[in-house]
Design a binder for this molecule. Structure first.
Ligand code: FES
Ligand code: FES
Length: 161
């Protein structure tokens, strides 16, 4: 028996007033109710990372998160990363370093990488690899993904001097 409740989702800076079944995941709310299909559904069980988004700047698996739990939180998806025409540095680095092949895992990889920069687990390529290990890539683009993230870390260091 569906039970609908009112939820206000703030996504990429825009408020959306929705009535949702209490069982709807944030992933389905984004994709099916808001038409934001950049966030991908891989396993739908918390195992692949394809559905990673940010909630108040921290990465979460949207397939394991009920939409109703996100009332009032600031959700950021891949659609909200670029600043107008200007890509987020991580997006640009994924292009420059060929960090994707089929692209299915890419939104999740990029959202995780953006969060990783804030978390500070970026002292080495090994650490990046470890803290990105929740994001699977069936195409095996891992070394280019790490190279892309590392280039942004290195670029930040250079910018500081
Ligand atoms: Fe959420 Fe796989 S779809 S972790
Ligand atoms: Fe195909 Fe990662 S680029 S799954």
């Amino acid at each position: 028996d569906a039970q609908l409740i009112a939820v206000t989702l703030r996504v990429n800076g825009t408020k959306h007033a929705l009535f949702l079944d209490t069982r709807v995941t944030l992933l389905d709310a984004l994709r099916e109710h808001l038409g934001l299909t950049g966030t991908k559904k891989g396993c739908d069980h918390g195992a692949c990372g394809a559905c990673t988004v940010l909630a108040d700047n921290q990465r979460i698996l949207s397939c394991l998160t009920l939409a109703t739990m996100c009332d009032g939180r600031e959700i950021t998806t891949i659609e909200g990363l670029a600043n107008g025409e200007e890509l987020h540095p991580i997006q640009a680095a994924f292009i420059a370093h060929d960090g994707f092949q089929c692209g299915y895992c890419t939104s999740g990889q990029i959202m995780s990488a953006v969060a990783l920069l804030n978390e500070g687990h970026t002292t080495s390529q090994e650490e990046i690899r470890e803290f990105m290990s929740g994001n699977l890539c069936r195409c095996g683009a891992y070394s280019n993904i790490v190279a892309a993230i590392w280039s942004v870390v290195e670029g930040k260091k250079d910018a500081a001097f």
